[in-house]
Design a binder for this molecule. Sequence first.
Ligand SMILES: [Zn+2]
Length: 451
Amino acid sequence: MAIRAAVYLRISDDQAGEQLATGRQRKDCLEFCERNGWEVADVFEDIDYSGFTGKRRPGFESMLAAVREGEAGAVVAWKIDRLHRNLRDFVRLDETCAAAGAIIRTLADGVDTSTPSGQMVATMLVAQGRMESANTSTRVKRAMAQHAAEGKPRFGPYRAFGYDRRMDQIEPDEAEFIREAVRRLLAGETLYSICRDFNARGSRTSRCNEWSPTTLKRVVTSAYISGQREHLGVLSPGKWEAIISPQDLKRVRAMVAARARPGRPALSPLAGIIKCGVCHQTMSHWVQPVRPRRYRCSKQPGALNCGHVTVAADPVEKAVGEAVLVVVEGVELPTVAADNSAAADAIIAIEADMAELAGDYYNRKLIGKVEFLSVRDDLQAKLDKARAALARVPASNRPVKQVGRDEWEAMDVGTRREIAAMLLDRVEVLPAPKVGRVPFDPKRLVFIWRA
Ligand SMILES: [Zn+2]
């Protein structure tokens, strides 16, 4: 019985001459089937201009279905990189083919999974794909659990308005300004008019600047003023005194969000991540009233920027988001921070005991060696146990949700940025090949992932 083959073509739509190449792909694949006496079950085709555009590939999915249902016993493609958009897709294809007993053949690079060497190439690709996603998801999970487990304030370069430098004490005058701003906002006053009044009365930000609606908004919508910590959009109790109640924070946030003009994100989701591909300096987020948002390498006195690269913000953010989503999809996010303070305190206490014990034996010579060793082993066992307890976040404290496309799209800009920065060292933007307004070319992006 003749083998029935599913021919798969992937076409880039943004390259000159690619149409020709597609014609050749198709012709070669069909000729190959004919030469081998294979019957062409169907030709599946997708248009896809980059590995990271996140466009659905209906052709690819239909091809998988055809293999699964036994309509095709072989998948034929021009080249292995035409066959899969990312390694995860290749893993799916390989699994589907293995389960259905179908083979994969590519013409240009000669992969043939019916032979041992072809199977090895496929196995290596699959292993690589699995390893990549396992490593990144373990790393992301670890980073998230660790962040969520800390109840401590995070210290930035500047003091938080309303508190002293260590957040041990409230600054009474500043706290009063915060309460007043919250009261007035909830009563319907605008950020702008409150700023004007505060500036006139001599109030200054913690960086000693006059208030602007942006800086005031940042303070009154910050979790810290309600004694809470915020990580990845999750609020958890902090270890410092609150200036306003968590309920008031919620109301202020709702109020400010309701008034915000749509389509103007306060923060760029790529802040600090996007760099110029020519001079490697940070690109700035360029917001102008009428034109679409852009990122640009902005040449300024005192800056090392070259000023040669500008790019539209939306397609870049979309492409980076899709790239990150490929990695974080399926990763579990903690939705409630775990309270690990008891375990952490226990470790500190045991370590102090061990230090004292060592002092009693080595320095003060209060105890003998046998006694020292016996007590030390005892303490070491306790310490191991406490460390294990700290590492193991109790399941009941940690409801999790899996990240999918919907969750990702529902995340706020800050959360997305935080996740992107965890995975990506930077994304460099190469100059546009032509001057003037040209459609965005995803090939201009160079992703540098964290090792
Ligand atoms: Zn530059």
